[in-house]
Design a protein around this ligand. Structure first.
Ligand SMILES: Nc1ncnc2c1ncn2[C@@H]1O[C@H](COP(=O)(O)OP(=O)(O)O)[C@@H](O)[C@H]1O
Ligand SMILES: [Mg+2]
Length: 246
């Protein structure tokens, strides 16, 4: 059964129709590449899955049950995590502090409860190891490479039992070596049964790591097929409109 289903989802901002009548479903442990030109509606679509925007029309189902979200925190409570394009990290905090931001571990009782840094460093270290990332939990994010920063943002999604991880352009602004690192992180999530939606402009990334590709153009879904049944040429045609729909 699909873990997440969108049924005839639309979103408009005033007169702008950002997403038009999109239906799709995500299976456990599947990586879906979401592609499309700037303004195609990709970010708006995943923000609806993450509870940032309410759809204007349509239904979202999680494990078969209708899901109506009013705030992003509700998505997180349901196991839907999003890694934003800008990562939303605090540069002046350590990797561990960023992983636990808003979900800090405390010890002690009553007014004496204090932050348990030791426990947070330990748990963050475990998660980085699970992700096979060499990110030191005690280092400041400010000092980190793009790949390590991605690892911190992804580690955040692994604190809870995430079912779905949505990633908006995670490889847009990093070096080739770091891209490989991020693609490995995505594989680690997939191997744990998490469904991953990867928004990307980078054809090689999507064709390397995705099981399926969805293409959007002007708010509409124009393709949704196994990656093995498509090609970069076809996807480019769908993005630009040279190919209408498949
Ligand atoms: N918060 C918003 N308010 C008004 N218009 C928006 C907002 N977010 C996105 N849009 C518009 O919706 C359309 C789709 O944008 P977006 O989902 O960001 O596309 P993509 O991520 O594919 O580049 C664009 O025309 C964009 O200007
Ligand atoms: Mg976008």
């Amino acid at each position: 059964m699909a873990v997440l289903e969108l049924v005839n989802i639309s979103k408009h901002f005033g007169a702008i129709q950002a997403v038009s009548d999109v239906s799709l479903s995500l299976e456990r442990g599947e990586v879906v590449g979401l592609m499309g030109d700037n303004g195609a509606g990709k970010s708006t679509l995943v923000k609806m899955m993450a509870g940032n925007f309410r759809p204007s029309h349509g239904t979202i189902r999680l494990d078969g049950a209708e899901l109506v979200m009013h705030r992003p925190v509700e998505a997180r409570q349901h196991g839907i995590e999003i890694v934003y394009q800008d990562l939303a990290l605090c540069d002046n905090l350590t990797a561990a502090a960023n992983v636990f931001l808003g979900r800090e571990i405390r010890r002690g009782i009553g007014p004496l409860r204090i932050l348990d840094y030791k426990a947070m460093y330990r748990r963050a270290g475990e998660i980085f190891r699970e992700l096979k990332s060499e990110t030191p939990p005690r280092n400041l994010v400010r000092q980190m490479s793009g790949g390590q920063r991605q690892a911190v943002a992804i580690a955040r999604t692994m604190l809870s039992e995430a079912k779905i991880v949505l990633m908006d352009e995670p490889t847009a602004a990093i070096s080739v070596r770091q891209v490989a690192e991020v693609l490995n992180l995505i594989r680690e999530l997939r191997d744990r049964g998490i469904a991953v939606v990867l928004i990307s402009h980078r054809m090689p990334d999507v064709f390397t790591v995705a099981d399926r590709v969805i293409v959007m153009r002007r708010g509409r879904k124009v393709a949704d097929k196994p990656i093995a049944a498509s090609s970069p040429e076809e996807v480019t045609g769908l993005i630009t409109g040279a190919i209408e729909q498949v």
